[in-house]
Design a protein around this ligand. Structure first.
Ligand SMILES: *Cc1c(COP(=O)(O)O)cnc(C)c1O
Length: 474
């Protein structure tokens, strides 16, 4: 890769930028998403990488994509996993015919911690060298907000504002945010839906005067640094699985919403990691599964499911894959995205005649998800969370004698006790000390109307709501 690496936009209407600019601006000015101008080839390096500890491997991979000097970069890679409770950071666990890559040992018990712990440190590193503060604004339906709060808390030079729909996220998810009392963290329950929260955020980002005055920044998975951090665990888990099974190649199943996690797997495969097949798994919101089966990408209504982090109908990272599918032709990406944005659908004739054999895809409904949770509990004593269960249910259809199957376990079941109770009639198998501790902490709750003026006032003058006593387990 060119040194220092450059980042291009999928829509090709901006000059290439540095890693720092790609990370700090999130979205390209032409509305496209950033990708590395060249994908680094890891094949000559993999023999040395195989036995690395997680943080050392992360450093090696970050080095290929970024422009930080080696010493601080190594420091950030190490510090980014310091709050993980498992000594290996990511653990591998046999589960029936599959292997789970457990990505949920971070502070909020979901895989998003891996990238957001790193992103918080990376922002802090760059901001220490800049004259202004960064104001990060995010809307969340649950997991992203809590992982962002824990990734950015206490980081110098930035403030985080999170909007979530009042009464529409789980108790645990809310407590994970409102028990964090750091001065730079501000969360508000908005009287409205998740769509209202997202519309408010988008509207503030469109106000260029407000955006520039506050130096607004984003932490959602369109940020390249999040994908880069996720590439690491594909290498780590595949190396571990190869060491255990002696396999030359493996297949990987990934529960998918915004196409962020699985796109990191695609990048790892393009870098040379021997992934024979990527199995994309969705819940009833099956827009991506349908694309990989038919070449038609068509938006539908959003269904509320047991796996809410995947209740998405327009996967923001899919554009990155379309860039490669177009033969790296931004003019075609622009055409495709315009068609999708105006009509809600896109048909790729080439995919129908020549699908990429790397991919397999399927969706799992509510009954299949619950059944998978129940069966794994009864047969192996393992309780997957409902997102992971979607991955397992779809992996079941693509079992292979040729390749061992890794399934990305994206959250701990304790985050979703309602689903566990529905599956087996009891949520005791889904407890976790980190979450139980939340019920002993005081909280700072704030409810605001779904009104842009109110949000602006709040952001310009964020008064802390009073501390209230802990909210014990019901
Ligand atoms: C966010 C999330 C997903 C989906 O990840 P994408 O990168 O959006 O595909 C899956 N499982 C859990 C638990 C999540 O929090």
């Amino acid at each position: 890769m060119a040194n220092p690496p450059l980042y291009i936009s999928t829509r090709g209407r901006t000059e290439p930028v540095s890693f720092e600019q790609a990370v700090m601006s999130g979205l390209a000015r032409d509305g496209g998403l950033f990708l590395p101008a060249e994908i680094p080839d890891a094949r000559p390096l993999m023999a040395q990488w195989r036995t690395r500890q997680y943080a050392d491997l992360a450093f090696e991979i970050y080095r290929l994509f970024s422009d930080l000097p080696p010493d601080p970069l190594r420091g950030l890679a190490t510090q980014s996993v310091a709050r993980f409770t498992h000594p290996e950071v990511v653990s591998l666990r046999p589960a029936g015919p599959f292997y789970l890559a457990e990505l949920f040992h971070g502070p909020t018990l979901a895989f998003k911690d891996i990238a957001l712990q790193f992103l918080g440190l990376l922002f802090e590193y760059y901001l220490a060298r800049r004259p202004h503060r960064l104001t990060v604004l995010a809307a969340t339906s649950g997991d992203t907000g809590s992982a962002a709060v824990h990734g950015l808390r206490g980081r110098q030079g930035l403030s985080l504002f999170v909007l979530y729909p009042h009464g529409r996220i789980t108790r645990v998810q809310e407590l994970q945010m409102i028990t964090v009392l750091d001065e730079n963290i501000h969360c508000a329950a908005v009287r409205g839906t998740f769509d209202d929260c997202q519309a408010l955020v988008k509207s503030l980002f469109r106000d260029l005067e407000f955006r520039d005055r506050h130096q607004l920044g984003a932490v959602n998975s369109i940020n390249w640094a999040r994908l880069m951090a996720q590439i690491v665990y594909y290498f780590y888990a595949v190396f571990r699985l190869q060491a255990q099974t002696g396999a030359d190649q493996v297949q990987v199943a990934v529960p998918t919403g915004n196409f962020g996690d699985i796109f990191a797997g695609y990048m790892a495969s393009r870098m040379g990691l021997p992934i024979a097949r990527l199995i994309l798994a969705t819940n009833e919101n099956a827009i991506l599964a349908r694309f990989f089966a038919t070449g038609r990408y068509e938006r539908g209504p959003v269904h509320a499911t047991l796996s809410p982090a995947m209740d998405i109908q327009a996967a923001s990272n899919f554009e990155r894959y379309l860039y490669y599918l177009s033969g790296e032709r931004p003019d075609r990406v622009r055409e495709w995205m315009t068609a999708f944005e105006t009509t809600g659908r896109l048909t790729l004739e080439d995919w129908i005649t020549h699908p990429d054999p790397l991919w397999a895809a399927g969706s799992a409904n509510r009954a299949e998800t619950l059944d998978t949770m129940r069966r794994l509990w009864r047969t192996a004593g393992i309780m997957p969370d409902p997102h992971t269960a979607v991955g397992l249910a779809v992996a079941e259809r693509f079992r292979s004698d040729r390749w061992p199957t890794l399934v990305m376990a994206t959250a701990h079941a304790a985050k979703f006790p309602e689903a566990v109770r529905e599956a087996i009639g009891d949520d005791r198998p889904a407890r976790h000390p980190t979450l139980e501790a939340l019920h002993r902490l005081p909280v700072r709750r704030q409810v605001i109307p779904a009104d842009e003026t109110a949000i602006r006032q709040w952001m310009e003058n964020p008064v802390s709501p009073p501390l209230t006593p802990p909210e014990p387990l019901p």
